[in-house]
Write a protein of this length. Structure first.
Length: 760
């Protein structure tokens, strides 16, 4: 198999093949890719499985709770020190203040909170060993100290201005008033916080320096939002908007951060594991704790399951093990690229380390507008969980109910995937921006109170899907079916999807996976512009194209490989485009010479070779002569498609073609385009069925000349598109289109109607 095919498959799976992989046989490469996929799944699931199996408690804790419970945190020496920058601290402060300003002061509900990332801890020797989250805990402690100091400094401004030596007395260090942090590599927080105002002392240690910077950043921010601060004060050259200033800003900020700032408290029970091993496992592959993993831990934590007797405990362990197994099975299903790209579209603007999180996002009704809230979905489920607990409802029933919703959703998706009509209609709709929830609500409708309504039968559901497609496509007028207009690509895509659907072979499916991972262009079938011998670049390109056509030796593939290799090396060592072109010519030159020397009639190829070596420079007359000779030999007539109007841009002369192929052959003549498309098929490059059929002239019926595309071919292609969109009662086409005045004047409407009626 070709290297390009390997790259396509590997890229689709999220991997980049190195040079040594090309030495493997095709089957071995496929096996390697499969192993990599499985290893990635195993990395994700094992990491989640490990941490969930070790989870003793997963709850939310406000900063106020951390302060009042006076935790004694310990940071082991294998973790890096404090490294937050001024930028990171200011971003956190801004986010918290914006949250405060956008939420009502009267809202005391537990569901209204600002969620920080998880803090993973393990109780040991009367302390809490911090496995993950030490940067956040340290920053929150620094902010507490800065808030206290700012208030004191403002109150005693005149005293401190004249007697700075009184700062330590007037601004005592937080000690017993909050939690403490001890780093194994240095003193307790109470000690290093005492040096917060001593820049010389803080410069002696890298971690202390970052603490000093974070402390001052907080003071600067508090001054920035304080309405008593002069208007000319700026924070990193930015003035504070009046809408963000408050008279009691610091007090309001402190109240908000204490009551509304929550961490996800992830407490591990790891008596048989050392801390370093847990830290390594959490950070393997740099996969953070995702919403899905946190939800899994919340559902499976020990507190949800009774352990009144050994028998009940065994049953609860079996339940948890079974749920975890089902979880991994669903994740494995979602890792199937063909299934995943059927039910997911990158346009939703969210990416997933663990793909089961997509299901939870759907169930939580997360939308693109919520994408900036990383833990939106966990917060949703955590609120449900807390409400369930407050109502005194059974935890196991809650777990059962929520897990059942997940299993029902994946089963619905599987049903869509298995049914050929559902698959093609829904796959198309999702590719056009419709959501899974929108489609699911059509199949399983509910009233405004969430009560289930009668489920439509299969035929009725299909009709509703058709209505959804029709709502989009029937609005297209002929002007929308021109190149670069809103209706062209959706219509061509739908035509290709329906062509596969209408194939009687049940196993045939349109590969949304390949479609979504490939950049596509709207490509002219007949050339967009006539050949111009006065452009040396066009002459060079034409010579290279036709040499490939006659010899099957491709300059374009060589330059593509050289460019791909060039990109991988450091920028200062890369070759220029001119050097790459020269190198490519040197590679193919002896091959062309050998091939041409063995041809019986080599006159055309010799002329092309001369133009090629000259790169088209000063070859205008020869180029025009060779072009005429080739056109005459192929019996290509001057088509009316070449007339000076927009007929070449109309849908009847347009196909979907992958960007790589389109860019490589430019404005080539039809025979060369036809050859490249057929070659792509043999190389394993995905070519939409409609595009392929156009270039093999499957719609043309009269095969008088396979090497040209004229207006008769275009008209039959247009009829096939219209027939396919309206076949079997679909009526996806705007019915007004078939009226003469609504089609471009160059389309012979009467002949088109005859072709359409013949089909129907």
């Amino acid at each position: 198999m070709e290297n390009h095919w390997f790259q396509t498959v590997a890229a689709d799976c999220g991997y980049e093949l190195e040079d040594h992989h090309y030495a493997l046989a095709g089957a071995e490469v496929c096996a390697w890719i499969e192993r990599e996929i499985l290893q990635n799944i195993k990395l994700i699931t094992d990491s989640a499985q490990f941490i969930n199996n070790k989870c003793m408690k997963l709850i939310r804790k406000s900063l106020d709770q951390l302060i009042k419970e006076k935790y004694d945190f310990f940071i082991p020496d294998y973790q890096r020190g404090y490294k937050w920058t001024r930028t990171e601290v200011l971003k956190l402060l801004n986010d918290i203040w914006d949250f405060k300003l956008n939420h009502s002061d009267d809202d005391d509900s537990d569901s209204d909170f600002y969620c920080l990332q998880p803090v993973v801890v393990k109780p040991k020797d009367g302390k809490y060993y911090v496995i993950d989250g030490q940067q956040r805990l340290t920053t929150l402690l620094i902010i507490q100290q800065a808030i206290k100091d700012y208030g004191v400094a403002k109150l005693h401004y005149n005293v401190l201005a004249n007697h700075p030596e009184l700062a330590s007395e007037l601004m005592p260090t937080l000690t017993d008033a909050t939690y403490t942090i001890e780093y194994q590599t240095r003193n307790k927080s109470s000690v290093w916080l005492e040096s917060r105002c001593n820049e010389d002392e803080m410069q002696k240690n890298s971690d202390y320096f970052h603490i000093f910077r974070a402390y001052n950043a907080t003071l600067d921010f508090l001054k920035w939002i304080d309405a008593d601060t002069p208007d000319d004060y700026t924070l990193d050259n930015l003035s504070c908007p009046e809408s963000k200033k408050r008279i009691n800003a610091v007090t309001e900020f402190e109240t908000c951060i204490r009551s509304k700032c929550h961490v996800i408290w992830y407490e591990l029970d790891t008596e048989n594991e050392n801390d370093h091993e847990i830290f390594d496992r959490l950070n393997t592959g740099k996969i953070p704790l995702t919403n899905a993993e946190l939800i899994k831990a919340m559902l499976l934590q020990e507190g949800n399951f009774p352990s009144l007797s050994d028998d009940v405990k065994i049953k609860s362990e079996d339940y948890r093990t079974n749920l975890a197994r089902q979880w991994d099975e669903i994740e494995r299903k979602l890792q199937d690229p063909f299934f995943w790209d059927f039910i997911y579209d990158n346009n939703v603007g969210m990416s997933y380390e663990t793909r089961i999180e997509y299901l939870f996002d759907l169930l939580a009704n997360k939308e693109k507008s919520n994408s900036d809230r990383y833990y939106f979905t966990f917060e949703f489920y955590d609120s449900l969980f807390q409400n369930n607990k407050e109502n005194g409802d059974d935890a196991i029933e809650f777990v059962n109910k929520e897990w059942k919703r997940v299993r029902e959703l994946i089963q619905t998706m599987q049903d869509w995937y298995d049914n050929k009509t559902y698959y093609h209609y829904i796959g198309y709709l999702i590719s056009q921006g419709h959501s899974v929830n929108e489609i699911k609500n059509i199949q399983f409708p509910q009233d405004k109170d969430g009560k289930a309504l009668p489920v439509p039968k299969k035929a009725e559901f299909i009709k509703k899907l058709e209505e959804l497609i029709r709502k989009q496509t029937s609005s297209y007028e002929s002007k929308h079916l021109m190149k670069s207009q809103k209706g062209l690509t959706p219509t061509l895509l739908l035509f290709n999807v329906l062509t596969v659907l209408d194939n009687s072979e049940k196993s045939d499916r349109f590969p949304f996976h390949y479609y979504k991972h490939t950049p596509w262009n709207e490509e002219h079938v007949a050339p967009n512009t006539p050949f111009d011998p006065n452009k040396k670049s066009r002459c060079f390109q034409f010579a290279a194209q036709m040499l490939e056509y006659y010899t099957d030796i491709s300059y374009f593939e060589v330059i593509e490989d050289l460019t791909a290799t060039n990109i991988k090396i450091p920028k200062n060592e890369r070759k220029s485009n001119e050097q790459l072109v020269s190198e490519a010519i040197d590679i193919v030159k002896p091959k062309y010479e050998e091939y041409i020397s063995q041809m019986e009639d080599s006159s055309i190829c010799k002329a092309l070779f001369k133009i090629f070596l000259a790169r088209g420079k000063e070859q205008e007359e020869l180029s025009q002569y060779v072009f005429s000779q080739i056109v005459d030999s192929m019996n290509i007539k001057d088509s009316t498609l070449n007339e000076e109007d927009d007929r070449r841009d109309f849908i009847w002369n347009q196909v979907l073609l992958d960007e790589g192929t389109n860019k490589s052959y430019g404005n080539a003549i039809f025979p060369y385009k036809r050859m490249r498309v057929i070659k792509n098929i043999t190389r394993g490059v995905f070519v939409p069925i409609g595009t392929y059929n156009v270039f093999v002239k499957a719609y043309s019926h009269r095969m008088t000349n396979m090497l040209e595309w004229d207006e008769n071919d275009a008209l039959r292609y247009l009829a096939e598109i219209f027939n396919t969109l309206n076949r079997s009662g679909r009526k996806f086409l705007n019915k007004e289109l078939l009226i003469q005045n609504n089609l471009p004047e160059y389309v012979k409407c009467n002949e088109l109607l005859k072709l359409i009626r013949h089909e129907q």
